[in-house]
Design a protein around this ligand. Sequence first.
Ligand SMILES: Cc1ncc(COP(=O)(O)O)c(C=O)c1O
Length: 376
Amino acid sequence: MQQHNDYRALEARYYMPAFSRDIMIVRGKGSRVWDAEGKEYLDCVAGIAVCSTGHCHPAVTKAICEQAKRLIHCSNLYYVPGQAELAQKLVERTEMAKAFFSNSGAEASDGALKLARVRTGRKKFVAFTHGFHGRTIGSLAVTHKPGIREPFEPLGMARTFVEYGDAEGLRKAVDSDTAGVIVEPIQGEAGVIIPPDSFFGDIREICDRTGALMIVDEVQTGMGRTGKWLAIQHTGVIPDIITLAKGIASGFPMGALLAREGLEFKKSEHGSTFAGGPLACAAALATLQVIEEILPSISGKGERFRTNLSKYNPRVRGLMIGMTVGDRCGAVQKQCAERGLLVNCAADGNLRLVPPLIISDEEIDQACTIIREELG
Ligand SMILES: Cc1ncc(COP(=O)(O)O)c(C=O)c1O
C-alpha cells in the first residue's frame, strides 16, 4: 500500500473526487482505529454501521483467513461452502423463508425491486421522502434525496414518493398496479429518523389490501444494530421482502435479500458472479455468531448513550443514535476527530452515531464526554 505522506497528492492525481475526506485509516482493533500518522480514534462511525463486531474481531478474521486458505472463489455454477448454512441462519432469525445474496446494499435493493416486479407482474413502486436505498440505477430511482438522484433522471422506473410517516398519503398512492412499497424502518442517511411503530402496521395493511409487496430496507438497521436482529421486529410487522448489507459480514462486502414463503427467484431470473462467495459467507457466519452473543447487551448500551446525551434530545434505538445539531454539524464532526473521536454528519445537520456493537460502557462514556464538550 502507498503509505503516509503522499496519499493525498496521489489520490488527487489518480482517483475520481467523489468523496470529501481527510483522514486515512490504516489499522483497527475493537472500537478503535489508527490513522496513517499513528493517531488513535474511538470509532463511532464503524464504516457507517458496517464494522458491527468491531475492527478485526478475532473470530471474523480467523474465519476469513481459514477460508482464504481453502477456497476464495468458485462461482455460483457450483454449491458454495457456507452459502446455504448462512441462508438458514438468516431466515431463522428474521421469520423469512429464503435468502439470496448480493455484494452491497444497493444490489440488495435492486434484487428486491426485481423480485417484486417479476412475482407481482406489476411495474410501479412507492418510496418515501428522505429515504435512501442505494446508488445503482434501480435503487437510486427509489432514493429520494434530489441532490444525488436528479442529475441521473430519468431512471426509467414508475415511482411515487410519499412523506415518510404519512399513512394516509400512502393509502392514496398505492393501487392495484403497485408492485411494492419500499421503506426503511429507521431512516439512517436522513439522520436516524424513527417513525411511530403504527406506521408499519399501516403499510402492512395497505399492501395486504392492494397486493403490493412490503419491502423493508434493513441495510443500515439490520443484524443487531437496534437491539434486535431487525429494526422492524420492534414493530411486530412481518414484511414480504427484507434487504440487508452493511453489518452482516463485519466489513467484508456482502448484501442479502430475504423473502417470505412463496416469493423467490426462479431459474435465471437473477444472478451474480461474486455474490454469496465463500469468503463473504465465512465472514457473515462468524459475524452472526458474535452478534448472537452480544445482542442482549445492545439496547442497554443505547440507553447509556441516551442518558449521557439527554440534553440534546437524541433519537435512540439500540446503537443507532441521531441528534439534530444544525449548521454546526460539520464543524462538530471535525472537532471531535481532532480530539480522537469519529462521528458522522448525516443529512440536514443530524449527527449520527453507529458505533461497533461491541463498544464498552467506558468507551460510550468517553465518546459522550467529548460530544458534550463540543456541543456545549
Ligand atoms: C438504508 C440503506 N439502503 C441501501 C444502502 C446502499 O448500500 P450500499 O452502499 O452498500 O450500496 C444504504 C447505504 O447507506 C442504506 O443506508
